[in-house]
Design a protein around this ligand. Structure first.
Ligand code: SF4
Length: 637
């Protein structure tokens, strides 16, 4: 059976049992929108990198006259931005598409168009159309501006013909910065609910999710099955999650906005005349598509080939957004992600991201700086740099220490309180990078370095290289150069050929390395990844994989509890996020040592001299208690 059909099979049976058949979909010729400002609902799945793509598409749609709505019932056009990272992420994407299809006119809903975007499209472009006829159009990761045609909207004329930063051929906004892009027709509460979060398969949190955190997504699915609507306990305020989802207002009134929930009143057009930051000598100019020698070599070796992927386009994505691209922020008001690069050139044998996202390519530093300045001028105080591998940043533009240079340039921007970067590659963590972190107070002493394993033989089969010894010396070097650095990593257990001895080596490594934040993925076969073709006798039984993961997480629980105990008594700056989801008696926040969404929590049980706290504001706080993954703080001033 074709792989995509397998993903849709069971769900389609359930779905079609309760849903009348939809008319044959129009794929390439969108109908005219039913109103001048069609209401558009947006569901975004997957990682923060995909979230930025969603924010860009939302910006483009709004710029062209679309009106974003938090209600799937209300939406005339629904967009699902999908993830295709691993099997469970694909299934999650398919389920969401089918759920949103129930809001189409043919099924008694209001929506007349359903658009599927993102990584699933790069993998199964034709199959999505074939297997889910309710889907009217698909938009890949390399064609974000095609969202306008798919939605039947006309891009606005190009306003800055002489800007060297026009990535989009049409539709960039004219004015420098626009706040409140959603317009006067929507209240803050409505705007805040445009994006909802629920757990996703793409991240392994260093803090296991609680039942309450896991519940919302299930609740949405159940509620759809029962009533055809989504509603209820909004997962919006779960900062540890990754699915942006359209909640349903339906016949129910929207719940009041919780303090700390994502605020789209912080949403903005990230747009500025790029000439403020002309490209430096090292940077390529518009029209050129630089690449890394490593990427060129891997391309020759077939790393990016989709020849074996039925129904996928052979054209690799090469899109990059810029500071001139409209974008709507969906993260809490003080924080924003900036995607500094796209694609990946590495050969990791378990991963299909390079085939999905294309060759590694960096945004120009001047464009990133301009975007950061705009964000800061809008009240963003914490910027998190992301990309598939941030440590390769700039290699395609002629930099040798591009990330260090970028961090140094960003760190001195007035008003930027916290700066961090995620997704580093172990052999690219240079002394210069660590020294840059140590030098600037506002750069998080936080190294996110996915190691994937510690056994040299497993790492070799993974096509990553490294060993326990090499990684221990990296961690020792990081701790020496950046005192008090916090390390986050993730591992994969059960990779084909992983023996008990390999697993034991990983366990010993974790004991020796005392990693602060750690997540563990269980290996799953991904068609298209090199590891998929490894001999069947090398594949580790699922029960063994699960049991190894459980053992590692138990081991890590003890290590984490010990390291959190050492935090007690420390005074730190705390970014308050709002009332806790776990109990109304507590509030929550993050320190510079907690990345957004993935790490443990800081509960606040004492407001100190304050009557109340303001979400999105920094306070000085003292850690007073510790638990396995979380700590408790009291506000000092
Ligand atoms: S570094 Fe490896 S695991 Fe990460 S995106 Fe690239 S190929 Fe995939």
């Amino acid at each position: 059976m074709a792989p995509f059909a397998r993903l849709t099979e069971q769900k389609l049976v359930d779905y079609k049992a309760v849903t009348p058949p939809a008319p044959t979909a129009t794929i390439s010729a969108p109908e005219a929108p039913s109103s001048a400002k069609p209401k558009i609902g947006f569901v975004s799945l997957g990682c923060p990198k995909n979230l930025v793509d969603s924010e860009v598409m939302m910006g483009l749609l709004h710029n062209a006259g679309g009106q974003l709505t938090p209600s799937a019932d209300d939406a005339e056009i629904i967009v699902v931005n999908t993830c295709s990272f691993i099997d469970s992420a694909k299934q999650e994407s398919v389920n969401t598409i089918l759920e949103m299809a129930q809001h189409k006119q043919a099924n008694g809903g209001r929506a007349h168009r359903l658009i599927v975007a993102g990584c699933l499209v790069e993998r199964y472009r034709d199959e999505i159309r074939r297997n889910i006829p309710e889907v009217d159009a698909v938009v890949g990761t390399g064609e974000l501006e095609a969202i306008l045609t798919a939605a039947g909207l006309t891009p606005k004329p190009t306003p800055q013909p002489d800007s060297p930063f026009h990535i989009l051929p049409q539709g960039t906004p004219q004015s420098t910065i626009h706040t409140h892009p959603i317009g006067k027709t929507q209240t803050d509460a409505e705007v805040a609910h445009l994006i909802e979060r629920a757990p996703s398969a793409v991240h392994q949190h260093s803090r296991p999710l609680t039942d309450r955190e896991v519940a919302p997504q299930l609740k949405i699915i159940q509620s759809l099955a029962e009533t055809g609507t989504t509603h209820g306990d909004s997962p919006l305020a779960h900062p540890g999650n990754h699915i942006a989802h359209i909640p349903d207002a339906g016949t129910k009134s929207l719940p009041p906005m919780k303090p700390g929930a994502p605020h789209l009143d912080s949403a903005m057009w990230v747009s500025q005349d790029a000439r403020v930051h002309p490209p430096s000598q090292n940077e390529g100019w518009e029209g050129t598509t630089p690449s890394r020698p490593e990427g060129n070599l891997r391309e020759q070796q077939g790393r990016f080939s989709r020849a074996a992927w039925d129904g996928a386009s052979s054209t690799l994505p090469d899109y990059l957004y810029s500071d001139a691209t409209p974008r709507i922020l969906t993260t809490p008001r003080a924080s924003a992600y900036i995607k500094i690069a796209e694609g990946c050139d590495h050969p990791c044998s378990f991963c299909i991201i390079p085939q999905l996202r294309g060759k590694f390519r960096s945004r120009r530093m001047s464009s990133i700086l301009a975007e950061a300045e705009n964000l800061i001028s809008q009240g963003v105080r914490e910027i998190t740099l992301i990309g598939q591998d941030t440590t390769c940043y700039g290699e395609d533009l002629g930099f040798t220490e591009g990330l260090s240079e970028l961090l140094a340039a960003l760190a001195v921007l007035p008003g930027l309180k916290w700066l961090r970067f995620l997704y580093t590659y172990p052999n690219k963590v240079t002394n210069r990078l660590l020294e840059t972190m140590a030098k600037h107070d506002n750069i998080a002493k936080y190294l996110d370095v996915p190691l994937q394993h510690a056994s040299a033989s497993v790492l070799k089969r993974m096509k990553r290289g490294g060993s326990a010894q090499i990684f221990l010396s990296l961690i020792e070097r990081a701790r020496r150069i950046v005192p008090e650095i916090v390390i986050r990593t993730s591992f994969i257990v059960g990779f084909p050929g992983e023996t008990e001895a390999d697993y034991k080596e990983l366990e010993d490594f974790i004991k020796a390395a005392r990693i602060d934040w750690l997540g563990v993925f269980t290996y799953s076969d991904e068609e298209g990844a090199k590891a998929f073709d490894l001999p069947a006798e090398l594949k580790v039984p699922k029960r063994t994989i699960q049991s190894r993961r459980n053992k590692l997480m138990k081991l890590q629980q003890k290590i984490s509890a010990k390291s959190k105990a050492a935090w007690v008594g420390r005074e730190l700056d705390l970014l308050v996020e709002g009332e806790s989801e776990e109990t109304e008696l507590l509030w929550e926040g993050r320190t510079l040592l907690h990345a957004p969404e993935i790490d443990g929590k800081v509960f606040i049980n004492d407001f100190g001299p304050h009557e109340t706290l303001v979400p999105g504001t920094f306070y000085r706080a003292e850690i007073t208690e510790s638990h396995d993954y979380d700590v408790v703080a009291r506000i000092l001033d």
